[in-house]
Design a protein around this ligand. Sequence first.
Ligand SMILES: [Zn+2]
Length: 351
Amino acid sequence: MEIYHISDVIGLLGLPQPLSGRSSYYISCPCCDDNPRKRHLNVNTAKDVFRCPRCGVGGGVIDLYSLYTGLPRDDAKVELANKLGQGCFIPSPPAVSLPQECPLTDISTRHETYSALLRMLSLAPDHRDNLLSRGLTEQEIIEYGYKTAPVIGLSALAKRLQENGFYIAGVPGFYRKGDGSWTFIGQDRGILIPVRNSAGQIQGLQLRRDDTSKRKYRWVSSAEKPDGCGAECWTHLRGPVGPSIILTEGPMKADVIYSLSGLTTLAVPGVNGLSHLRDTLLQLKSLGLQKLKTAFDMDYVSNYHVQTGYLNLYALLDDLELSYSTFLWDPRYKGLDDYIWEYLLHKSRET
Ligand SMILES: [Zn+2]
């Protein structure tokens, strides 16, 4: 009987292959790399595992297929068997010996802890200006919960949260120091973006880093830290659920599109990070969702890696029997939000 390897799934998904002779290499992480040229996801074809040290996503042969297609693990296994022929999967290997992590805690706990954390933080004037320049209003900036990521006093933040009765174990971003006390992950300066479910609960946080002209978003994660916890590819919803919503890439973009257009917008972290999309869409369907308009950045036209993500996305939407169409806009603007903003600016100048 044939045994399937991670290289079979890589071929099936159209992911980059290793250079000849290499068994361990890096590809763009569907969960936390917003730029296809960035490569944080380590694939090991000898051990049949993958793992991103930055956001913590990882697993074996079936998990990789599940991550990219958004299929639940059991369905991914069936579909793989159909595509590859009858054979057997090598079982997911035990996690490599890394510091012991905490399992992810439940959504209510994460929401309460993150909400309390954000209340302790402030928003720097340059970050407020940045958000205003995208089209968000003062009121929205406060309501959505944007804050400046803390770079000092991280242990004190963790201590205050604990003293106020908030749980921090299993909340991505928190971990234990060598002396056993808790702290929050030290990151680059940037804007913290709450990533929320349809009930408005904070599932996780993203960080938009300052130090580059290119947009760089990453999950707040304490994967691979003692008692740390990795983030997942959570989706983000902004606006009331109705029959039709926009689907885009990036939580901040969803907030901006909703603010500028009034259209409810759902965001996946990236077109290749679909692992939570199925559950989200099933839930939204039960609340009346029928149709999606996809509004991904125009670079999908030319990027093969992104195209593969698109095919998986459409297969998922077909499978859920949701109808969809694509927003097309002037390709001089990278995203729909840039385009609407520019359009509104011109309009306001004319009047
Ligand atoms: Zn990652």
